[in-house]
Design a protein around this ligand. Structure first.
Ligand code: SF4
Ligand code: SF4
Length: 184
């Protein structure tokens, strides 16, 4: 299985504008901030094999900080074993064409129940995203692109396990405020 090719196609699917204007102008790109309001440094988890498929052995590997988090020390499913945690600096400019999956999918998360994939917005949020109050304004092309990107990525070992793990926790905690499931 060619993971590089899958990520290339998933990035293309997940490259649609969220709304007609640049949503970052609504909130000074709140979801890209490097520190929380409490001063805690935050980054983004890459998906399984995303680091190796997109960033490894490229100039971006030296430009950004990638930390390897293992399931021994972090809430990562044992089947997945490890994930890379990525730190960018929005003041240094966004690597728009190669931004990670997590930057593309937000505010949606992939959700699996009974093997059916849907997109959800979580009730508990660490970002103050203005879009959460106007989900009906999200572009149809954006929503469909996110769905098709996740559907494709589920072919990569570990991605489906990670989605299932997060979905089970989300369901248990009733942490869903919005759901889109009418695909296919
Ligand atoms: S927080 Fe929401 S509105 Fe702001 S940049 Fe992120 S996705 Fe766009
Ligand atoms: S890569 Fe770009 S979109 Fe993603 S967090 Fe950094 S600045 Fe924001």
């Amino acid at each position: 299985m060619d993971y590089k090719e899958i990520y290339k196609k998933a990035y293309a699917y997940m490259n649609e504008k969220v709304i007609e204007e640049d949503c970052g102008l609504l909130c000074n790109s709140h979801c890209c901030r490097n520190f929380t309001e409490d001063g805690e440094e935050i980054g983004i988890y890459l998906m399984p094999h995303e680091y190796e498929s997109v960033y490894k052995d490229t100039p971006l590997e030296r430009r950004f900080r990638f930390e390897k988090h293992t399931s021994k020390h972090y809430y990562i499913p044992p089947k997945v074993k490890y994930l890379y945690y990525f730190h960018c600096d929005k003041n240094d400019g966004c690597i728009r064409d190669l931004r990670p999956i997590q930057c593309r999918t937000y505010p949606f998360e992939p959700h699996l129940e009974g093997n059916k994939l849907s997109l959800v917005v979580e009730r508990e949020q660490i970002h103050q995203c203005p879009l959460l109050n106007k989900m009906d304004e999200l572009r149809k092309e954006f929503v469909e692109g996110i769905y098709h990107g996740w559907k494709l990525m589920m072919e990569i070992p570990g991605v489906k396990d990670l989605i299932q793990y997060d979905s089970d926790i989300r369901k248990r905690n009733q942490n869903i405020s919005y759901i889109v499931s009418n695909f296919e």
